[in-house]
Ligand binder design. Structure first.
Ligand code: PMP
Length: 359
């Protein structure tokens, strides 16, 4: 008798980040994964090196110091924080806790791919609500809720569209959801947003028992390689997360470097200024070339080419000239190419290459 995996798991698409190898280019500009091109701050790098002495020890399972550092920076109770191996692991844990076969997991049309992938892994059905103008549509999400819905995932800001849900709209979403549906506010890019009508959702976690907010060290903190993320949740959900996570799910280097990174406000400020400047430069230059760029509040943009064939050719043109961007077919946005804001020289290179693109 052959082994039989649990139903649904074979339907989960593979998450394929794309190769960093370009034939004939020694050091391509990697603008495909929304990392911080400045890397981590010096304090985090020093702390990481310091972790070498402790490599033979198991990590502190509860990530106590790291949670304290996160709590201090954001004014949150560390007892309501759980850390994970990237916010990907947090998304996985939440899905395992709240959804299973026969349940529905709801997300916005162009939402982060790991939401449907995780739903399928637990045998649940991913359900997409339509967007308007590449922006999460609260009414469409609420209309898609059924008595099978267990989780609603929203990324705020959203990857890959770069749009955000204003605070009042997010509140309307929470208030419109039944109490037995978990709302996950994925705020992976929140540090980059400077809009008065945006907040990361902490207030909603404090007010409602069915809301959590996830964050990551992979973006502005520049520590994607360490795999570190966290979630702020009501005590009951935190308790369930602690039952679900592996006993040592966050390694020593990640805990030590993460605590140093989160205390380093100047690196965040520097990264925000860099992003503001070069996101706006890249947007304007692309628009001058007739490329459509929906407004983005993240550290990336999507460049619209009107049809899939042109977008594919633009992607290949960038790639063959040493710039690795990201194709968006998996997100239902095959007419677009996503590009991360890189270093100044990478952004300039990308723009110069696009000037040579014959649409
Ligand atoms: N949420 C969103 C919206 C993302 O774009 C990403 C990374 N691309 C993640 C979560 C996962 O990030 P990580 O696992 O590195 O924390």
């Amino acid at each position: 008798m052959p082994l039989v995996p649990r139903p649904g798991i074979e339907k989960a698409p593979l998450y394929i980040p794309g190769s960093h190898h370009v034939e004939g280019v020694a050091e391509p500009a990697i603008l495909s994964a929304n990392e911080n091109p400045l890397g981590p701050g010096q304090a985090a790098i020093d702390a990481y090196h310091g972790a070498a002495d402790a490599l033979f020890r198991y990590p502190e399972g509860g990530a106590v110091d790291l949670r304290a550092a996160i709590g201090k920076r954001f004014g949150l109770n560390p007892d309501q924080i759980t850390c994970g191996a990237g916010s990907d692991e947090i998304i996985t844990m939440l899905t395992r806790i709240f959804a299973g076969p026969g349940d529905e997991v709801l997300y916005s049309e162009h939402g982060f791919l790991m939401y449907p992938i995780n739903a399928l892994q637990v045998g649940a059905t991913p359900v997409k609500a339509p967007e308007s103008n590449l922006t999460t549509d609260v009414d469409a999400l609420l209309a898609a809720v059924t008595d099978k819905t267990k989780i609603v995932f929203v990324a705020n800001p959203n990857n890959p569209t770069g749009s955000y849900i204003p605070s009042a709209e997010l509140k309307r979403l929470v208030e419109g959801l039944p109490d037995n549906v978990l709302l996950v506010i994925d705020a992976a890019y929140s540090e980059y947003v400077c809009k008065n009508d945006y907040n990361d959702g902490v207030e909603l976690v404090d007010k409602y028992q069915n809301v959590v907010m996830t964050r990551t060290f992979s973006k502005i903190f520049g520590l994607a390689a360490l795999r570190l993320g966290w979630v702020y949740a009501p005590p009951k959900i935190t308790e369930l997360l602690n039952r679900t996570r592996g006993p040592f799910n966050v390694g020593v280097p990640a805990q030590i470097a993460g605590a140093a990174a989160i205390a380093d406000l100047s690196h965040t400020d520097k990264s925000i200024s860099h992003n503001d400047k070069w996101l706006s430069f890249m947007t304007t230059e692309f628009e001058n070339l007739g490329i459509q760029v929906p407004p983005s509040v993240g550290n990336f943009l999507i460049a619209g080419f009107g049809d899939k064939d042109t977008a594919d050719r633009a992607y290949n043109h960038l790639r063959s000239n040493g710039v690795i961007a990201r194709q968006m077919g998996g997100y239902g946005l095959a007419d677009y190419v996503r590009i991360t804001v890189g270093l100044e020289k990478e952004v300039r290179l990308c723009v110069d290459i696009m000037k040579e693109f014959k649409g």
